[in-house]
Write a protein that binds this ligand. Structure first.
Ligand code: HEM
Length: 215
C-alpha cells in the first residue's frame, strides 16, 4: 500500500515529522490565542472556557486529532533519532546535515520526553477536574503554587529549545533553504520559540508572583 511505503520511506518520515510538528505549532498558536483571555480578567477567561465546553463534539474530535498527531510525531521522531544515531555511528556515513549539530538538535528526544511529562502534568492538572472547580479559578490555584509555576517555566524553556531546532528542521523539509533568505529563516527559528516562551511564561509569572490573584 502506498501509504505504508510512504510512511516507512526516509522522505516520508521527514514529511510526516514536519507536518505533525506544524500542526502541533498551530495548536500552540490557537492555545495561546485562547489563553490570552486571561489578561482580560477571570470572566473573559471563564467565558472562553465555557464556550469551548459548550461544543463537546468539536472538543472531542479536536482532542482525538491532536492526540493522533502527537503519537505520529513521537513515533516517527524516535525512529528518525535511532536512524540518525546509526548513521552517525557508521564510519562510512556521509553527513547530509545542512547545519551544525547544535545542542538543540542533539537533545531533541530528551527535550521531547520532558515535554511529554509536562503535557501529562498539564492535562491532568487542567483537563481532569473532579472537583468541578471553575477553570478560571484552577489557573490561579495551580500556577499560584511556586513549585508548580517553576516547573511550568522550566518546561517552557525546554519547549523553546525543542522548537528552535524543530521549527528550523521543519522549514528545511518543506524546502525553505536559500542562501539569500537563510539569515531571515534563522531569525524566525528564534522568534517563534521566543514568542511562546515569553507569552506562556508571562501567564505563569502573572499568577506565580500573585499579580493575577484577583484578576
Ligand atoms: C501558562 C500557559 C498555559 C496555560 C494557562 C494553559 C491552560 C490550559 C487550560 C485551562 C486547559 C484546559 C482547557 C479546558 O478544557 O477548559 C489546557 C489544555 C491543554 N493544554 Fe494548555 N495551557 C498552557 C500552556 C500549554 C502548552 C505550552 C502546551 C503544549 C506544549 C499546552 C497543551 C495543552 C493541551 C494538549 C491541552 C488539552 C487540549 C484538549 O483537551 O484538547 N498548554 N491548557
Amino acid at each position: 500500500m502506498w501509504l505504508l511505503r510512504f510512511s516507512t520511506s526516509s522522505i516520508g518520515k521527514k514529511i510526516l515529522m514536519a507536518s505533525s510538528g506544524l500542526l502541533l505549532i498551530l495548536f500552540l498558536v490557537a492555545h495561546a490565542a485562547g489563553n490570552a483571555a486571561i489578561f482580560f480578567g477571570s470572566n473573559a477567561f471563564q467565558t472562553y472556557a465555557d464556550t469551548l465546553h459548550s461544543l463537546p463534539v468539536v472538543v472531542f474530535v479536536f482532542g482525538v486529532g491532536l492526540f493522533a498527531v502527537l503519537i505520529v510525531h513521537i513515533f516517527i521522531g524516535i525512529q528518525l533519532f535511532l536512524q540518525n544515531r546509526k548513521e552517525t555511528a557508521s564510519r562510512y556515513a556521509v553527513s547530509t546535515k545542512v547545519c551544525e549539530n547544535t545542542l538543540a538538535s542533539s537533545t531533541m528526544p530528551y527535550t521531547g520526553l520532558l515535554l511529554l511529562l509536562f503535557l501529562l502534568v498539564h492535562v491532568f492538572g487542567f483537563g481532569v477536574n473532579p472537583t468541578d472547580t471553575k477553570v478560571s479559578v484552577l489557573v490561579v490555584n495551580l500556577l499560584g503554587n511556586f513549585f508548580y509555576g517553576l516547573f511550568y517555566l522550566f518546561s517552557f524553556c525546554v519547549l523553546a529549545v525543542h522548537l528552535s531546532h524543530g521549527f528550523w528542521s521543519m522549514l528545511q523539509t518543506f524546502g525553505f533553504n536559500h542562501p539569500r533568505y537563510n539569515d531571515g529563516i534563522m531569525k524566525i527559528t528564534y522568534i517563534v520559540p521566543g514568542f511562546f516562551l515569553v507569552f506562556f511564561g508571562a501567564i505563569t509569572l502573572y499568577f506565580m508572583t500573585g499579580l493575577g490573584a484577583n484578576y
